[in-house]
Every structure is written in structure tokens, then in C-alpha cells.
Design a binder for this molecule. Structure first.
Ligand SMILES: Nc1nc2c(c(=O)[nH]1)N[C@H]1C(S)=C(S)[C@@H](COP(=O)(O)O)O[C@H]1N2
Ligand SMILES: [Mo]
Length: 326
């Protein structure tokens, strides 16, 4: 069998490695295009190759070992909901835009640069990141500040694994995540909704907490672009916006980073943003949430849990007034 090197540098897998879902979806899109008459003559072959490629990237599998210590028992959100109801403002502000437009973002080659207050600064490509520590599958709840939540099986490893490799200095008090600013692919950057690039941050002890996941996949596959490919963080006890997508740089710094949402509306989005049903958003209650996929007419809202149910992080905040440091 002929193995072609595709433009993004991933070898096309054998047909047997492509999941039926991806094949089905790509064929359907391809057939629709032919039916619509939007594909002519010579473009056909090129289109077929691109469609096959789209299928292989969407379906690239990741082998990860389930870690039962990090599994919530709630039923996981469907793959379809998790990949079509997204917040990724670089691709537009409505929920469907990321799934519609994020495919234009090139996720290979990709490098993640780690710099600042570290003894060993480094730049890693995705293959090195995939090999840095054993991949675990963890099922986490993710609670958006807007009042909805999902349950997603992520693949990755504790960010702490990466942190120990770069050896932070004693000046490293915070970690800043700088995300991709791809002006060609991300039409959302043309609007000053946020001060681009999207930046997030954590205190160093939060970044080192084993729950903080350096995330490379979901549902047993590499991350779809709309979910933050090729690498993001998931910080499950904080509102979803702390879980920065498509990260290009991790900086270890002395001072609390100026984060995108905190800069945009400091009274509404605090630096900490721990999930807290007792601290309402100035414009709405945070006491309960809607689970995506359970929004039928009679579906009850669920009570929001302190730290999104991740009580093991409480000791990070002893002595802190979490109403003041919201
Ligand atoms: N770069 C970037 N990261 C981002 C966002 C964004 O707009 N840009 N949105 C955040 C918000 S508000 C949420 S709720 C989560 C959503 O992650 P999901 O779409 O994978 O569920 O991503 C977060 N990470
Ligand atoms: Mo969010």
C-alpha cells in the first residue's frame, strides 16, 4: 500500500485504522458536494484527496489508559454535542462557529515553547509532547461560566509532568498560557471582542495540581480543532474559560498574568474563577447549570457544586476569601 506524507506531516493510516464515523462523515460531505455540482473535472481528484485527509486527521486515534482516580460517574456528553457546541471566540462568538470554521487552522507542524522563570526552557513539537508522559484518559466535568456543563473523556497527562521537566526557578509564581493567533484561519481575530491573543493563567500551585491536565485528545482521538487542537489545558474546578485552547507558549512568571477575560471585564471574570455556586456572576446566578444534551422540555437544571465537585483542590485556597478572590 502506498503511504503518502500529507501536508500536515501525519502519515495517512491504513484504511483499517480509520474510524467508520470519519469515513462516513467525509463520504457524505463529498457526495453532497458532487450532488450540488460544486465539484468540476480536475478538482475532483484533489478534493477526494483532501476529503480523505480530513477524515484521517479527524479520526487519528490516541491510545490512553483510563485513570479511574479521575473519572466522574456522570454520563459523558455525546461526541456530537461536545464538538458542535463550543466556545472558541477566535473562530466566532456563536456556539456553532468553531465547528464550522476551525478546520482551517493548521495544527501540524506546531510547537509549544516553554520559557520565562525556568532552568530549562524548551520548544517541543506535538510528537515530543505525546511522548513526554504516558497518556491517561480522564472523564472530567467542565462548567462554563455561562451556566452550562459537559462531561468529556479527555486524553493527556498532568501538566505537572511537563513542569518538572523545565525546572521552574523560585521566582516562578504564576504560569501564563498564550494561545494561537492565526490571522488567516481565525476570522474572529478581526473583531476586538478580546485583546488577542487569548491568554490565561494559573498560580503555580494550581498549575502543579495533578488535576490540571495537559490535554492532547478527547474520546480516544486527537483533539478536534474546535476543541483546542493540538494542545490545551483542562482545569476542571474552574470555569471553562480558564481551560485555554490551542496553546503555543507557556510562560513562567513572577506576577499574576493579565488574562484575556479578566482584562475585558474585571468585575465579571476574576483571575481565580473557581466554580462557586455561592458567588454569582454580576448578571446571573451561578447556583445551577444546564447539562448539554439534557435540555429537553422537562429536564431539570443541576445544582452547581463548589469547585465543580473537585473538593480535593480546597486546600489550595485555605485562608483565602473566595468571594474577594473570585
Ligand atoms: N483560545 C481559546 N480558548 C478557550 C476559549 C476561547 O474562546 N479561546 N473559550 C473558553 C471557554 S469560555 C470554554 S467554556 C471552553 C470550552 O471548551 P470546549 O469547547 O472544548 O468544551 O474553552 C475555553 N478555552
Ligand atoms: Mo465558557
Amino acid at each position: 500500500m502506498l503511504i503518502k506524507r500529507n501536508p500536515n506531516g501525519i502519515d495517512l493510516p491504513f484504511a483499517s485504522e480509520i474510524t467508520p464515523r470519519a469515513i462516513f462523515e467525509s463520504r457524505r460531505a463529498f457526495i453532497q458536494k458532487i450532488a450540488l455540482g460544486s465539484i468540476a473535472g480536475g478538482a475532483l481528484l484533489e478534493m477526494a484527496t483532501r476529503e480523505a485527509f480530513a477524515a484521517t486527521t479527524a479520526a487519528q486515534k490516541l491510545v490512553a489508559t483510563a485513570n479511574p482516580a479521575y473519572v466522574v460517574l456522570d454520563k459523558p456528553t455525546s461526541y456530537k454535542d461536545a464538538t458542535t457546541y463550543n466556545n472558541f471566540y477566535e473562530f466566532g462568538t456563536d456556539k456553532e462557529s468553531p465547528s464550522r470554521y476551525a478546520a482551517a487552522m493548521k495544527t501540524r507542524p506546531w510547537t509549544l515553547t516553554i520559557e520565562g522563570e525556568v532552568k530549562k526552557p524548551m520548544t517541543l513539537d506535538i510528537d515530543s509532547l505525546l511522548k513526554l508522559a504516558p497518556l491517561e484518559e480522564r472523564i472530567y466535568r467542565l462548567r462554563c461560566v455561562e451556566g452550562w456543563s459537559m462531561v468529556i473523556p479527555w486524553s493527556g497527562y498532568s501538566l505537572a509532568e511537563l513542569i518538572k521537566k523545565v525546572e521552574p526557578t523560585s521566582n516562578a509564581k504564576y504560569v501564563e498560557f498564550v494561545t494561537a493567533e492565526d490571522k488567516e484561519a481565525m476570522h474572529g481575530l478581526r473583531r476586538a471582542v478580546l485583546d488577542w491573543p487569548y491568554v490565561e493563567g494559573l498560580r503555580i500551585d494550581e498549575a502543579n495540581h495533578p488535576l490540571t491536565l495537559l490535554t492532547l485528545g478527547m474520546y480516544g482521538e486527537v483533539l478536534p480543532n474546535q476543541n483546542g487542537a493540538p494542545v490545551r489545558v483542562i482545569v476542571p474546578w474552574k470555569y471553562g474559560f480558564k481551560s485555554a485552547k490551542s496553546i503555543v507558549k507557556i510562560r513562567f512568571v513572577r506576577d499574576q498574568p493579565r488574562t484575556a477575560w479578566n482584562l475585558a471585564a474585571p468585575r465579571e471574570y476574576g483571575f481565580y474563577s473557581n466554580v462557586n455556586p455561592q458567588v454569582d456572576h454580576p448578571r446571573w446566578s451561578q447556583a445551577s447549570e444546564r447539562r448539554i444534551g439534557e435540555d429537553g422540555l422537562f429536564a431539570k437544571k443541576r445544582p452547581t457544586l463548589m469547585f465543580n465537585g473537585y473538593n480535593q483542590v480546597a486546600s489550595l485556597y485555605t485562608g483565602m476569601d473566595l468571594k474577594k478572590f473570585f
